[in-house]
Design a protein around this ligand. Structure first.
Ligand code: ZN
Length: 431
């Protein structure tokens, strides 16, 4: 296996102290970071390959903790609609027409976009998840995958649940642990209580994560109260779905009691600021959650409600939204948003020792070219990335030490073919 030394870069470690190392060195052996610090005599001889990364920033790859990859096929198709109108009248009927092959190419497109913008792991909830898992394996990105579940059906004959179990058996831990499989009930308002309880029990038996849309909008809360006589958070808790392995997307419309439940059950929250803004859903109380020590991660949501998969945009939007809503520029700082976009996401998804550049961690690393006007002058490298950076400046991506993109060249994706196939799929779908 390869050993590689990255030398001379500005390193944003993403560790607890927010350490940045100028002219830093990172040693990678097999899939693991085995050295981080400044150079010393003879260090270059210890590694087979040495990359000189002067004028580059090296940081942990982003973790997109909430996505529906195959929805890239709907990108820019139905915009400026209300969430429920968009979902029930536009998206759900179209989803009936998607084929497994469409989902495969749409996922390839999503992964290509994610790699090119510095994402090294993502969480996905959708259908045709076997095709998603195959695309994920072929490219070599990390992913936590769950077959979207909707249950008005109260029996174990539900085909979606069967697909979930098969996905778990076939793919959990596969591709050297880069794929994890979870259970993914869509939301409390698309499932009966019996169904939710069944999913909770299965998650317990499999000891796997559960991802769910939780309290995305006021409307969802009203639906949950009408259906379950409880807020979505309370309903999910009653079903036994909330614990430290729960990945709760959105949590915008949460009251004080809901927040206490999320704290006590150590639920991981995924903030999706761009999607929440575009769908007019509101602003999740992220600062309050962080103050209460909830693990808050970041996600893009599907490409049709965003309309991109760019984590740098999410970092900036997450920061700005809290400053706006609280009328307080100190509400959230760069270290907090960097953690949200990296290690907090890895923790939520169940990837151990991932999301920081420290020894013993997975070598999931991105290299950003900062020899561009918007990175000058260099006062504070973390601010440069979060407030003036551009994700298109990501030029190289390593996952478990494997080179997935080098100087802008995707090594595991045939870019031209993906673009051709996705346009063909969209043309067929929207005939
Ligand atoms: Zn979503």
């Amino acid at each position: 296996m390869m050993s590689l030394l990255l030398k001379g870069a500005y390193i944003i470690t993403g560790d607890e102290k927010g350490t940045v190392i100028d002219d830093g060195y990172i040693g990678i052996r097999e899939s693991i970071i085995d050295y981080i610090g400044i150079g010393y005599e003879g260090i270059c001889d210890r590694y087979e390959r040495v990359w000189n990364l002067k004028n580059k920033v090296v940081m942990p790859g982003f973790v997109n903790a909430h996505n529906h990859s195959a929805m890239t096929v709907f990108r820019n198709y139905a915009d400026d609609l209300k969430l429920m109108d968009w979902l029930f009248n536009t998206i759900f009927p179209l989803e009936d027409k998607i084929t497994a092959k469409d989902a495969y190419w749409a996922t390839q497109l999503a992964i290509m976009e994610m790699i090119k913008t510095g994402t090294t792991a993502f969480c996905d909830m959708y259908m045709y998840m076997e095709e998603t898992a195959i695309a994920v394996s072929e490219v070599g990105i990390k992913a936590a995958l769950g077959r979207g579940l909707q249950g008005d059906i109260d029996t174990k004959d539900d085909f979606r649940l069967k697909e979930s179990i098969n996905l778990y058996r076939n793919f959990h831990g596969s591709n050297k642990g880069r794929i994890r499989v979870n259970l993914a009930p869509h939301s409390v308002y698309t499932c009966t209580m019996t169904y939710l309880e069944m999913v909770a029990k299965l998650a317990w038996d499999l000891n796997c994560e559960v991802q769910i849309h939780l309290s995305e909008t006021d409307d969802e809360v009203r639906k949950s109260v009408a259906q379950h006589k409880m807020t979505p958070t309370k309903a999910a808790d009653k079903a036994g779905l909330l614990n430290s392995k729960t990945i709760a997307a959105h949590c915008v419309a949460v009251n004080d009691n809901d927040l206490e439940i999320l704290v006590n059950k150590k639920v991981n929250v995924v903030h999706n600021p761009s999607s929440n803004m575009k769908l007019g859903s509101g602003i999740a109380p992220i600062k309050r959650m962080i103050d209460k020590r909830i693990n808050v991660a970041l996600g893009t949501d599907g490409a049709s409600s965003n309309n991109g998969l760019d984590m740098l945009t999410e970092m900036r939007n997450a920061s700005y939204l809290q400053k706006v809503v609280l009328k307080d520029p100190t509400a959230i700082n760069v270290d907090q948003v960097i953690a949200m976009a990296t290690s907090n996401g890895a923790k939520a998804l169940g990837f151990k020792n991932t999301g920081k550049i420290v020894t013993g961690y997975s070598a999931d690393i991105i290299v950003i070219d900062i020899e561009k006007p918007w990175y000058y002058p260099r006062h504070n490298i973390k601010s440069s990335i979060v407030y003036s950076g551009c994700s298109k400046d990501v030029e190289t991506v390593l996952i478990d030490g494997e080179i997935i993109m080098e100087k802008g060249q995707m090594l595991t994706i045939d870019e031209e073919k993906v673009l051709y196939e996705i346009q063909r799929a969209a043309d067929d779908l929207f005939l």
